[in-house]
Design a protein around this ligand. Sequence first.
Ligand code: ADP
Ligand code: ADP
Length: 224
Amino acid sequence: SALLEVTDLFKTYGTGEAATRVLRGLSLRLDTGEMAALLGPSGSGKSTLLTILGTLMKPTSGSYVMLGEDMISADDRALTEFRNAHIGFVFQFHNLLPDFTALENVIFPTAVREGRETPAARARGRDLLSRMGLADRIEFPSANLSGGQKQRVAVARALMNSPELVLADEPTGNLDRDSANQVMDLIGQINREEGTAFLISTHDEKIAGFCRRQIVVGDGVVTG
Ligand code: ADP
Ligand code: ADP
């Protein structure tokens, strides 16, 4: 069944002579539990699309429905609530708090939102870190982790609230080949075990090869 569907998306940055038309009528459907790569050269609009799908920015025009809800007409407050409940994010630069442990980093956003840190959240955080191969790094300050380990903490953090969708923008862009493969393997495992859908942007065909589906963008539309 459809997790999300965008139709005829347009996104233009700036106006007049400075206008950059990035998305030009892009349509895409993502099903529940899909594991998809978003491929395309640098500047092709992958980040723009992920930002729109993440409800962090509205398109210039077009429709977007996720889990049966209209993401275009929703106001900021409704979108924040929707996002917190249903969407996780992983970025190229993990944005971990260096003095916080791996576990603290994973549960921090949830604790801030709920105004407290519950035993259930700690248990969920520990479980996710173990499943990301970090059982022996749970209490390490994140500054002392390797790049690959930090990115696995960021994936665990994105999964805290059991989102239906995780959007990952070049999550392995900063990693060596072995670390990148390991991150993708573990993401695939979570996708199979939890049924979380992943949309992972990359310009690396080898990384895309870890995904069952490849979505290619070019000239502001899906070309393959
Ligand atoms: P990708 O992720 O595929 O590299 P982006 O979505 O980051 O592509 O960028 C697509 C195009 O939009 C690029 O030409 C970029 O310079 C431009 N762009 C992205 N964000 C902005 C912005 N906030 N303001 C103006 N132009 C932008
Ligand atoms: P990965 O394959 O996950 O990227 P590495 O091979 O880079 O891991 O790192 C191996 C070990 O070295 C890890 O257990 C990690 O904790 C440790 N390590 C890597 N970078 C640092 C650092 N800057 N400070 C402390 N320990 C580090």
